[in-house]
Design a protein around this ligand. Structure first.
Ligand code: ADP
Length: 398
């Protein structure tokens, strides 16, 4: 008799302000048995969980998606209905901020939770929600080890000059540093690259994570040495609705001249800027902008491509050159047009795209004789968390 694959399962959770993403992994394998999310948690809440075979799990009877606690209970009930034998060996959590000290996944206990709570002022839109998700899971599964994986951890070894801002040094001491984010994605891609092309991983790699959130990381011999995101997930490249790099003088103008308050400025920078803002409200979604092919869409796409090229130059300069450029994220993995446009003016750094390979979304998309290898490595952030959960439960993946 084959056992239910969920008899030793690993739950990966990513709790946000109005969503709860969940993925269930077995003891081995790269892809989840089930994944999906509760979204718009509140009066209009919805839950969508899909099996690896694409089957949508039915909403459990009496599901209450009006609160995070209700959404969590509904996720568990739904998983139990699909896998009656479900036994969670460990639970992994995405926690956005690990501060200066957490440089690797950590098993959660009261002390670690207290440390992580102190970091909430650094990531007020995410950290409190992430930790609320941890508490729900701890209450429901007090026996299961819980592990936190941080978006900041991968970058913690960066040199001081990329870790600081040129503001009074006391702010650095208070923790106002360039933490960088998307670390789980960079960790996965680095691992894949080490497997696919170890000679490249031993050199100078720039990974461009281009999704709804977008950032870039310079990786020298497998270690992050610079990243485009800074103190918050606003810095660097323009994103779906986030601004990317902006002169702080602009914020002073909004405060002093327009008399906006911090809530209004936060709303503009996080939710009304980036591709959405540049396109005059047309869309934050690259697919829609590509299809629109009008002046507003061109404005947004041109800026996105320009800033990405500019940041790439900076990343290569940090490492004294570049051996490989790797694309990931929804745009990086799927948009032939954006990859082509980014690469086409980078001949000076040895990037030369093969249009046929690029059109096929191949793993290597550079031409045979290009000095710099261009690649696509689809990212799997949740798998990094599942692996950490497996490790904490002592499951060897062989
Ligand atoms: P998140 O950062 O929320 O995880 P994703 O990595 O899923 O986001 O990226 C979402 C972005 O990827 C959207 O802008 C979407 O339009 C874009 N995208 C996905 N598929 C394509 C495609 N085939 N062509 C162009 N853009 C795409």
């Amino acid at each position: 008799m084959t056992r239910d694959p969920a008899h030793q399962a690993f739950l990966v959770l990513n709790a946000g302000s109005s969503s709860l993403k969940a993925a269930l992994y077995g003891a081995s394998g790269e892809d989840p048995l089930v994944s999906g999310q509760a979204e718009r948690i509140g009066p209009e809440g919805a839950l969508k969980l899909k099996t690896a075979a694409g089957e949508i799990l039915p909403l459990p009877e009496g599901a209450d998606l009006s609160s995070h606690a209700g959404a969590f209970a509904a996720v568990i009930a739904s998983l139990r209905a699909a896998y009656p034998d479900l036994r969670l060996a460990a639970i992994g959590h995405r926690v956005v901020h690990g501060g200066a000290d957490y440089t690797a996944p950590v098993r959660l206990d009261a002390q670690v939770m207290a440390d992580l709570e102190k970091l909430s002022p650094f990531a007020p839109l995410h950290q409190p929600h992430n930790l609320a998700g941890v508490r729900l899971a701890m209450e429901a599964f007090p026996e299961a080890p819980q592990v936190a994986c941080f978006d900041t951890a991968f970058h913690r070894g960066q040199p001081f000059v990329n870790d600081t801002f040129a503001i009074p040094h006391r702010y650095y001491e208070k923790g106002v540093r360039r933490y960088g984010f998307h670390g789980l994605s960079y960790e996965y891609v680095t691992g894949e690259l080490a497997r696919l092309a170890p000679h490249l991983m031993a050199g100078r790699v720039v990974v461009a994570h281009l999704g709804n959130g977008a950032s870039m990381c310079a990786i020298y011999r497998g270690r992050s040495v610079a990243s485009s995101m800074g103190f918050s997930a606003l810095d660097g490249l323009p994103m779906g609705t986030r601004c990317g790099q902006v002169d702080p003088g602009v914020l002073l103008y909004m405060l002093d001249q327009e008399k906006l308050d911090t809530a209004q400025i936060r709303q503009i920078l996080y939710n009304e800027s980036g591709l959405l803002g540049l396109s005059g409200g047309l869309s934050n979604d690259m697919r829609t902008l590509e299809a629109a092919d009008n002046e507003q869409a061109h404005r947004a796409i041109d800026y996105f491509v320009f800033r990405t090229q500019r940041e790439l130059g900076a990343m290569a300069a940090v490492m004294g050159g570049i051996d490989a450029l790797v694309f990931c994220g929804g745009i990086g993995e799927n948009s032939r047009m954006i990859r082509r446009r980014i690469c086409e003016r980078l001949g000076w750094m040895g990037v030369e795209i093969d249009h046929g390979l690029n059109a096929k979304n191949a793993t290597v998309i550079s031409s045979e004789f290009a000095r710099t290898t261009a690649m696509i490595v689809p990212t799997k952030e949740e798998l990094v968390i599942a692996r950490a959960a497996r490790a904490v439960a002592g499951v060897s993946e062989g």
